[in-house]
Design a binder for this molecule. Sequence first.
Ligand code: SF4
Length: 336
Amino acid sequence: MWLRRYSHIYLEEGAEDFELAQTVLRKLGKATVVRIRNYKDIFARPGQNFQLQKQSPKLILARKKANFIYKGSMASQDFGYKNFYYNTLQLNCVYNCDYCYLQGMYPSGNSVVFINDCDFFEHTRQAIKSRPFPKEPLYLCISYDTDLLAMESFIPYTSRFVEFTRSEKDLVIEVRTKSANWSSMANVEPNHRCILAWTLSPPSVAAKYEKLTPPPEKRIVTINRYLERGWPIRLCFDPVLQVENWEQIYGDFMRFVFAKIPASQICDVSLGVFRMNSDYFKRIKKQRTDSDLFYRPYEKQNSFVSYPEGQRQQMMETLKLVLQEFLPPEKVEVWL
Ligand code: SF4
């Protein structure tokens, strides 16, 4: 399956000197390797078709030269952490969800993997030292513009960051995923400062809008395996889409999830409605005439597109009450 996806690897000049690049090349040994000067020559060239490239994406191995850590975005939840940051170990995702902002953010459907993990670790150490609220840990989301766990079998970034976090007592990381990958993490010791965060949507929503992802039932089985092993788990019902009969569809699904997963063992839950940077939204809408998601009545507020405020509030209030059947209010983080 992976080879069909990554039949070609573009290798940036100098990238092969890094051990992580060698690991990827070894794991994807049958891929054709094409040497390139700079990853942007391939990834950022004009006139690419994101969706066409998604049908047979290529992998680009490159060295990141700057911007190893960013301040958390206002479209994301900080879960109460004052030192909220994220990084971009990879650009683009193996999946292709209709509601994904990456389609509007990146010019290419190919994926870039930055292979200089040592530089990310060094810059993270510096950020920990200089964090603005020194009495609190640095909270770093490492899987925002990608799904690291889905690619762990040939790009072992999650396990490497878990090991790094073990040695940094003032660091908490979040790894967000939709994957059902257990085997490549089965031998990694859990770390209570590494939160594995699963995004879950009702099966009908996932089948329609979360292309290529494992079905929610499979994710739930995987979540339970990680829970049994002792990993801290977060569940993300985000983005909630205003599909027809959304109250019942999402309410029933949440009850189904907590019939399968012990709520008392979950760290917390995030809940959020569909929202997207308006420039990305405009760009995607031009390409995605195949998805009804971009043809709904939205409202623009600041630089984000979402459902009108009253509807957003109603959706979140309704679903928050369902979640509170299983969890105390302080464990439910709502994005409005
Ligand atoms: S899993 Fe997340 S990052 Fe990947 S395509 Fe879906 S929304 Fe985008």
